[in-house]
Design a protein around this ligand. Structure first.
Ligand code: 9MR
Length: 447
């Protein structure tokens, strides 16, 4: 990314800032708003900042946060390591303080983040397979349930795609539980909090490139198969240039039928800082479904980067970038973004049909079977697959399904997060065994 994380405390260079006088754009339908949140609200959008609960007790900081922003996101305190430090033992107090602060000050809350390969608690880092999948879905369910009704948008899954030209998923312990881990997380989040918008969030997606296209293809697939996704977050940790197709990239996602949000904006200090901030703001305003912008911190002293990338300096002074954002927000009074709450999809009617196919990876004395369950022309609510093993073979482990029996004909039923399959859609489970793997055609019964 060309971005240097903060490694040392920087002393703030005062006095050197060049104050550029920016021509005020005459607002047409309304008087210019004097804060970022109020200016964004003129077109129905929010303008937010990442924060940490300990920062709220710094009064200079809190004054700016409360005056300028009408949305907050936890920079760290709603991450897995923070709110489930021991398995099934939850610690919500820091996140709760942020939510209470937001409510008291009329701000909405972005939730960041339910599942991510980084900042996992140690116990989760040590899990794999079914145990990790179950723990991850339990985490999504418990956290989204705790905050039910209080979160505007959840980053359900963060940074699951690889950098570089592959456009593929990133390898991680979560990815190794099966490619359907992301959709399982979105389904669990929807069930737990039907009122929150559910987002996929990533970085290095600030233009049309291999990574953003990989995500685009996933979102298109989710929309086609009815996986509940409402929004895509573009982190926008930016350097000294901005891709010319930044807005076009937002628009192509919006055209898939999801909202888009700028979720972690910060821009390297330098001659282009103010103009890049302005262009990002204008790009969001120009995309009807771009519903809000969040900067990744209030002032430079609090940034994770050491190149002063935020809108306020360490003394709380407004930088030229602040003025460029405010003026851009004030220059546009519409169009309003889509504000309708996400549609809660009723469970599909039962009674559809399904089929199953097995692919085997065998060796002398054992095998791994991957089973694909495919719904027929109607959606299904649940499934049971029966597979007959040859004499002497036995199932020793199963993931993404509940096995009953281990020898002869074994039944595999769906688990909570993968029973619903849209018409024509499919899901996978797997099992490992000793002996020779199955060779016949499995039967599939839909419920
Ligand atoms: O700003 C966050 C920093 O305080 C943490 O140390 C870091 C840990 O990985 O995470 C930072 O926030 C990241 C965010 O959660 C996801 N996108 C990238 C952000 C910057 O690294």
């Amino acid at each position: 990314m060309g971005i240097r994380p903060r490694t040392v405390l920087m002393s703030v260079a005062a006095g050197a800032a060049l104050l550029v006088s920016t021509a005020l754009v005459a607002p047409s339908a309304h008087a210019a708003a004097s804060t970022l949140g109020a200016a964004a609200a003129q077109s129905g959008r929010y303008f937010g900042a990442a924060t940490n609960s300990f920062q709220l007790s710094n009064s200079a900081y809190a004054t700016i946060l409360n005056r300028e922003f009408n949305s907050i996101v936890a920079e760290n305190e709603m991450k897995w390591y923070a709110n489930e430090p021991q398995q099934n033992s939850f610690s919500f107090s820091a996140g709760d303080r942020l939510v209470a602060h937001a409510r008291a000050n009329g701000m909405s809350v972005r939730g960041h983040t339910l599942l991510w390969h980084a900042q996992q608690p140690g116990w989760a880092q040590n899990l794999s397979g079914t145990a990790l999948r179950n723990a991850a879905i339990n985490h999504v369910t418990r956290v989204a349930t705790h905050y039910r009704g209080q979160i505007h948008s959840w980053d359900v899954v963060n940074e699951a795609f690889a950098d570089g030209g592959s456009g593929a998923r990133r390898d991680s312990n979560l990815q190794r539980t099966g490619n359907d881990w992301i959709e399982a997380a979105f389904r669990a989040a929807r069930a737990a909090d039907p009122g929150a918008k559910l987002c996929y969030n990533d970085y290095n997606t600030d233009g049309i490139n291999a990574k953003s296209t990989g995500i685009y293809n996933m979102v298109r697939d989710f929309k086609q198969r009815g996986v509940p996704i409402d929004c895509v977050g573009f982190q926008s940790h930016l350097g000294t240039t901005l891709a010319g197709d930044y807005q076009a990239n937002l628009q192509r996602f919006a055209d898939l039928g999801v909202d888009v949000q700028i979720t972690e904006l910060d821009v390297a200090q330098g001659p282009n800082q103010a103009s890049i901030y302005e262009r990002v703001t204008r790009a969001c305003l120009a995309v009807t479904r771009c519903t809000g912008i969040t900067v990744w911190g209030v002032w430079d002293a609090a940034s994770w980067r050491d190149d002063n990338p935020l809108l306020f300096d360490g003394n709380g002074n407004k930088k030229p970038a602040y003025t460029s954002v405010l003026n851009a927000l004030n220059s546009v009074s519409g169009p309003n973004p889509t504000t309708a709450p996400p549609t809660t999809t009723a469970p599909p009617p039962g009674g559809g049909a399904c089929s199953a196919s097995v692919s085997l990876n065998s060796w002398n004395g054992g095998f791994v079977a991957t089973v694909r369950v495919t719904a027929g022309s109607a959606a299904i609510r649940g499934w049971t697959v029966r597979i007959t093993l040859p004499g002497g073979a036995a199932v020793t482990g199963t993931w993404n399904a509940q096995a009953s029996g281990s020898t002869g004909t074994v039944s595999f039923g769906n688990v909570s997060y993968n029973g619903q399959v849209g018409a024509g859609g499919s899901t996978e489970f797997g099992f490992q065994g000793t002996g020779v793997g199955p060779s016949g055609t499995p039967t599939c019964t839909a419920t």
